[in-house]
Design a protein around this ligand. Structure first.
Ligand code: AMP
Length: 190
């Protein structure tokens, strides 16, 4: 099964993805993580994208599209992917459909973690003290939240139409949220 998980930066989608990955033996495909790795390793792609990411803007659809194809085309990950941070706009959502089709796969479930901006700001500032990510300060946090919300609306509608979307309240304790998510996954496994 392939799952897409949505939630603005700081909504806890990374944490929840990790838990689902372990429980259901899936592979987490976080485009943000892959891109940060490129920057950390100072690859030519990393140098090209570091300023875009620092400003809280989106990297080009072509760059992230090529990154995810490497995973979708790999037999090891076939129908075992959880997409975290992709798709971020309608072009990417449509590209994901076509890529999955190309490799005889589909999306089985789309999860949206919903958390208000005030809570996100609090979490981002807490995380800043722990991880020291350069894109974690309050102004950038708000920018990333707004960029995310603006781009994601049509994507959410896209998945609503195909009846794959489940909205999960992401405000409660981590275990409570992961129990809800597990229930939804077990529901589609039948
Ligand atoms: P994330 O870890 O998902 O919050 O992503 C961190 C940053 O990586 C974003 O602010 C973007 O600059 C970039 N990024 C991650 N995923 C994508 C994507 N699907 N399309 C474009 N840019 C992305």
């Amino acid at each position: 099964m392939n799952i897409v998980i949505f939630g603005p930066p700081g909504a806890g989608k990374g944490t929840q993805s990790n838990l689902i990955v372990k429980k259901f033996k899936l592979h987490q495909l976080s485009t943000g993580e892959l891109l940060r790795k490129e920057i950390k390793n100072k690859t030519s792609l990393g140098n090209q994208i570091s300023f875009i990411m620092k400003d809280g803007n989106l990297v080009s659809d072509k760059i992230v599209g090529d990154l995810i194809e490497k995973y979708i085309s790999n037999k090891i990950f076939k129908s075992r992917l959880i997409f975290d941070g992709y798709p971020r706009n309608l072009v990417q959502a449509e590209y994901l459909e076509s890529l999955l089709k190309k490799y005889n796969q589909k999306i089985d479930l789309v999860l949206k973690l919903s958390v208000p901006l005030e809570i996100i700001k609090k979490r981002i500032l807490e995380r800043k003290n722990l991880e020291k990510r350069t894109d974690d300060n309050e102004d950038i946090a708000i920018k990333r939240f707004q960029t995310y919300e603006n781009n994601i609306k049509p994507v959410i509608n896209f998945y609503k139409q195909s009846n794959l979307l489940k909205v999960v309240n992401g405000e409660g304790p981590i275990t409570e949220i992961s129990d809800k998510i597990s229930g939804l996954i077990e529901g589609i496994k039948g």
